[in-house]
Design a protein around this ligand. Structure first.
Ligand SMILES: Cc1ncc(COP(=O)(O)OP(=O)(O)O)c(N)n1
Ligand SMILES: Cc1ncsc1CCOP(=O)(O)O
Ligand SMILES: [Mg+2]
Length: 210
């Protein structure tokens, strides 16, 4: 698997027709997105299965990993590349046992370094922090300060920043230590998904400039 860095797409809820969503995901991948998370809190189990299968096909064509939010069994059922787990979800070691060594397992750490340390010890492949800014998708999310990313670098795992991230405020999080920016609204609500994606991907140092 390629290094975890760059733009991380997190899908919006199920109110979007699947064809539109899949088209947006394909466009954003073409424009440089590096990882996709299927996050859907409202669709029925059958519909979630249908949606994640379609998105997985689209990601596989492009060689970009797709992981499932919350639902380890859905990830296993469709053969997704992994799972993202928060405090209400299964723990990372359980997910590792269920999905295997090759699975990509991400863990939400909010603003909690002790939780991040425990997640790293339990085998998390990346640690996610946030919300860093007011999030239209999750307005009630607890807030984290960018300096936390600098402290979390000692854990030697890729760091994902999430929450209200725009092309304007994202550079400050990369400077603070984020390897990936996870975004819903800034990409999926943009009038031009390709242009919005490029506005984020330009924030990351190129391989030559690293
Ligand atoms: C990349 C990334 N970071 C954080 C979250 C939030 O996960 P969680 O706290 O489990 O909340 P829900 O997304 O399940 O509402 C995430 N999904 N992705
Ligand atoms: C799932 C999640 N967890 C913290 S903020 C957030 C949503 C991020 O979405 P947006 O990019 O629209 O703020
Ligand atoms: Mg969750």
């Amino acid at each position: 698997m390629k290094a975890l860095s760059g733009l991380y797409l997190v899908t919006p809820g199920a109110s979007i027709p699947l064809a539109t969503l899949a088209g947006q995901v394909a466009t954003a991948i073409d424009a440089g997105a590096r990882l996709v998370q299927y996050r859907d809190k409202t669709a029925s189990p059958v519909e979630r299965h249908r949606r994640v299968e379609a998105l997985l096909a689209c990601c596989r064509r492009a060689g970009v990993p797709l992981i499932v939010n919350d639902d380890v069994e859905l990830a296993a059922a469709v053969g997704a590349d992994g799972v993202h787990l928060g405090r209400d979800d299964r723990d990372p070691s359980w997910a590792r046992a269920r999905l295997g060594r090759g699975a990509l397992i991400g863990v939400s750490c909010y603003a909690d370094l002790a939780r991040a340390r425990a997640a790293a010890q339990a085998g998390a492949d990346y640690l996610a922090f946030g919300s860093f800014f007011a999030s239209p998708t999750k307005p009630g999310a607890a807030r984290a300060a960018p300096a936390l990313l600098g402290e979390a670098r000692t854990l030697r795992r890729p760091l994902v920043a999430i929450g209200g991230i725009t092309p304007e405020n994202g550079a400050s999080l990369i400077a603070a230590g984020a390897d990936m920016l996870a975004v819903v609204t800034g990409v999926f609500a943009a009038p031009d998904v390709a242009a919005a994606t490029r506005a984020y991907t330009r924030l990351f140092p190129t391989e030559e400039s690293r």
